[in-house]
Design a protein around this ligand. Structure first.
Ligand code: PNW
Length: 477
């Protein structure tokens, strides 16, 4: 037994990936609705317009959570369902708000602890059109704070708030590579607008400011009466190992890789400034915190939200980094110098299982940031070729069962052997869903969703594998 008695485990999803109901009850469009409508952006030409239809089938989702024994559920709010145009002067959609109130009450009635993400990438399109959305250093944080206030007030029983999901993805995939909404990039074959060398760093900065404002608001006006409520941000990051274990420059590059992905956001939150390696490479393209901004952002995590999926080998470069580099002047591989593979292939080109990387990264984060309370807010895998299987084979997802087994045990080792303070684990995902630019071809669910048959849900083997696993690891008292 290695996990504390009050350790919470369960599953995670996100609004645009599961809800559907895109035009129902007054919801406004988000940047993902707009992005999906551009031909060629989504692998199968799909969108989240229907997805798992959870807006109408949310009772099925709660039943599913109960059936598999989940103690917690992480979901996100669709901002444009609550404020269709998004801004602080714009009308609130009471029907949208009521949906989440009903849902949270039903979760609590079922004995399931809600973890609520305010922003999982689906910015109201109205704000993109009005002032460039995440690119506006003044307007965006103010509108986000207002939206957060509406949600904190509407859902007083929620005790676990996540401001932003994976700002790295919003910034880099949305404004450098242009493969996620709003699809901006310097690559003119992909987008008529965008500047990969500057916009991602500005967007990242503005997200930190918006996070800081929401946390300040929660702490002053809502936390005192919440009975133990807490708030934090969720960051994604991969484990990194040297491509050449003998080369100190590759070891240094591993550290840079982590700094450019995780410390970009975590250093300002825990230390009040960006990592030196980023300042050195990016110069004045990386914004500078004003004193007022620093005070807002520093110390703004009650917990560290950790999303983690995979590991890479990292090789340093000897050439000058191009201005659109976002990795820290290095290359990443799945094989090291000696041809050792980091893990088996999955359906996702960026993901190969490597459980020891999970333990190592939990330890690194714990050491760098003073042993913060950690919730793992996502971890999971796709399976190569899964979508081509018949249902009977698909629900027999032994590869995913093994993935969870390896990763959860690695987490337990980090707690028991290294003293990491991990308090919860949310598997990605409760069910197959809209996998962003991959559309529906890549499945991450522990539940099969039949998109051709009224989004019928059938739990896979992995759905039932977590309960016995956690029961064997969580202390009874
Ligand atoms: C996360 N990458 O996204 C998201 O939070 C989820 O919404 C998503 O469904 C899940 O992981 C699985 O992809 C990521 O390219 C998307 O490295 C892409 C990457 C990482 C995380």
């Amino acid at each position: 037994m290695s996990l504390p008695n009050d350790f919470l485990w369960g599953f995670a999803t996100a609004a645009y990936q599961i809800e559907g109901g895109a035009d129902q009850d007054g919801r406004g469009p988000s940047i993902w609705d707009t992005f999906c409508a551009i031909p060629g952006k989504i692998a199968d030409g799909s969108s989240g317009a229907v997805a798992c239809d959870s807006y109408n089938r949310w009772k099925d989702d709660i039943q599913l959570l109960k059936d598999v024994g989940a103690e917690a559920y992480r979901f996100s709010i669709s901002w444009s369902r609550v404020i269709p145009l998004g801004g602080r002067e714009d009308p609130v959609n009471e029907k949208g708000l009521a949906f989440y109130q009903t849902f949270v009450d039903a979760l609590l009635d079922a004995g399931i602890t809600p973890f609520v993400t305010l922003f999982h990438w689906d910015l109201p399109d109205g704000l993109e059109k009005r002032y460039g959305g995440l690119r506006d250093r003044n307007e965006f944080p103010l509108d986000f704070e207002h939206y957060a206030r509406i949600m904190f007030a509407a859902l007083p029983k929620v005790k676990h708030w996540i401001t932003f999901n994976e700002p790295w993805c919003s910034s880099i995939l949305g404004y450098n590579l242009g493969i996620f909404a709003p699809g901006r990039t310097s690559n003119r074959a992909k987008s008529a607008e965008g500047d990969s060398t500057r916009e991602p760093w500005q967007v990242g900065h503005n997200i930190l400011l918006a996070h800081g404002r929401a946390v300040q608001l929660y702490r002053t006006e809502f936390k005192p009466a919440s009975g133990g409520g807490e708030i934090g941000i969720t960051l994604n990051g991969d484990a990194a190992y040297p491509w050449d274990p003998e080369d100190p420059a590759d070891l240094e590059a591993c550290n840079r890789r982590m700094e450019f992905a995780i410390s970009w956001f975590a250093d300002p939150i825990y230390f009040g400034h960006y990592p030196a390696s980023m300042r050195k490479q990016l110069g004045d393209r990386l914004p500078v915190f004003t004193e007022e901004e620093r005070v807002l952002v520093q110390g703004s995590n009650d917990f560290y939200g950790m999303n983690h999926y995979t590991a890479n080998y990292v090789r340093h470069r000897t050439t000058k980094p191009p201005d659109d580099d976002f990795m820290g002047n290095l290359d990443t591989f799945f094989e090291d110098k000696n041809g050792n593979s980091i893990g088996e292939e999955t359906q996702s080109v960026w993901l190969r299982p490597c459980p020891r990387g999970f333990r190592d990264l939990i330890v690194l984060i714990s050491q760098r940031y003073g042993n913060p309370k950690i919730y793992v807010t996502e971890n999971g895998t796709s399976i190569k070729g899964e979508n081509d299987l018949g249902v009977d084979d698909m629900v027999n997802d032994n590869f995913r069962v093994r993935y969870y087994d390896g990763y959860v045990r690695a987490l337990a080792d980090a707690v028991r052997e290294n003293g990491a303070d991990v308090r919860g684990y949310l598997a990605w995902s409760l069910m197959d869903n809209f996998e962003w630019a991959e559309g529906y071809e890549t499945r991450f669910g522990v539940t099969y969703v039949d998109y051709k048959n009224s989004q019928k849900r059938i739990p896979k083997k992995s759905a039932f594998s977590l309960k016995p696993l956690f029961e064997s690891l969580i202390k009874k008292e």
